[in-house]
Design a protein around this ligand. Structure first.
Ligand code: PLP
Length: 345
């Protein structure tokens, strides 16, 4: 086998959901957009259903349809993009709950699917999705008369607890929903950690389930092992890879591993990233290629069959930092060529 193996620990996934759920007194949904942040939607979602998740969130209706096929008719599926033109049949047939973003979407939904469940998304300052205060004011009575199942908004700076934006958005959300007798949701992973006043009736964690920051106490969910295709010995002065950026300063053993930037191992992480086997560090040597990368294995006592990029020694957030990005981007960029192997659950 020559592709990398991505091992997904479903017990850790479930433990992370339980831990986030235990931090609040309200319902905890699970955000599984983008193929469950790259880990594989059907298996992740089914494990979460068995753990007791009753509400899921996806970005678009197509993801909701795939999720419905995986988990059956019972759990609620909220769609953040709302009710887009052309989505009506899918929303109806798959029992999806659009989170309505605009007056146009509200009218489309009430006309096309009267009586079908929906939620309302409010913009409290992020200026990404949702109705602005004036828009909401104009349609509020009509919307409430149609019995939305949820009113939600999203925090722009929840991963920075001290940011003044958090309290400002909380205050705006309170003001926009004052006196409204509908379940409310403001918090994703970061919002849960901000404390109880951010929790309302439903929280919507994503990244924390998958082991990423800002949930620092999360259990690691993914392990990534890359098989060794070839090894060779370099004499002092020889170089490795495109641009000759690695030069051997001693007799050096180099392993060439299957997987490269086309599999989400972005080039920018190269200079600071290390692979491991049994805890022994093997630094990336030279530039990461499209389908391969090289590591310095001089210090290993034996020829390895594979080296580990993600696991206990190096987390998703570690390699994200090496690449100047965030764990979310690393996870969702994990390539389709990996063999996904599930344990636990
Ligand atoms: C992605 C997303 C979430 C989940 O956010 P995390 O930071 O991954 O917990 C929740 N709500 C909305 C609207 C989102 O877009």
């Amino acid at each position: 086998m020559s592709t990398g193996t991505l091992t997904i620990d479903l017990d850790a996934l479930v433990a992370n959901w339980r831990a986030l759920n235990a931090m609040t007194g309200c319902e905890t949904a699970a955000v599984v957009k983008a193929d469950a942040y790259g880990l594989g939607l059907p298996r992740a979602a089914r494990a979460l259903v068995r753990a007791g998740v009753e509400t899921f969130c996806v970005a678009v209706a197509e993801e909701g349809a795939a999720l419905r096929a995986a988990i059956g008719p019972k759990p609620a599926i909220h769609v953040f993009s709302g009710h887009m033109a052309g989505d009506t049949d899918m929303i109806a047939d798959m029992g999806l709950t659009p989170m309505i973003n605009s007056v146009d979407q509200l009218i489309r939904h009430l006309e096309a699917l009267p009586g079908a469940p929906f939620g309302i998304q409010l913009d409290t300052g992020m200026n990404r999705l949702g109705m602005e205060p004036a828009e909401w004011e104009a349609v509020r009575d009509m919307a409430l008369a149609a019995n939305p199942v949820l009113i939600m908004s999203h925090l722009a700076c929840a991963d920075t607890p001290a940011h003044e934006m958090n309290a400002r958005q909380l205050e705006t959300f309170r003001r926009m929903t004052n006196g409204v007798d509908v379940p409310r949701s403001l918090a994703a992973t970061g919002g849960i950690l901000l404390g109880p006043e951010y929790h309302f009736e439903l929280t919507r964690p994503g990244i924390g389930l998958y082991g990423g920051l800002p949930f620092a106490d999360a259990r690691a969910v993914v392990t990534l092992d890359l098989p060794v295709i070839q090894t060779r010995i370099l004499s002092e002065g020889e170089t490795v890879g495109y641009g000759n950026t690695f030069t051997a300063h001693r007799e050096t053993r180099i392993a060439t591993l299957s997987s490269g930037y086309a599999d989400g191992i972005i080039r920018a992480m190269g200079p600071r990233t290390i692979l491991y086997t049994d805890g022994v560090p093997c630094p990336v040597a030279g530039r990461i290629s499209m389908d391969s990368l090289s590591a310095d294995i001089t210090d290993l006592p034996t020829e390895p069959k594979s080296l580990r990029l993600l696991g206990e020694d190096q987390t998703v957030d570690d390699i994200a930092e090496n690449a100047g990005t965030i764990g979310y981007e690393i996870l969702t960029a994990l390539g389709s060529r990996y063999q996904r192997r599930y344990i636990g659950g």
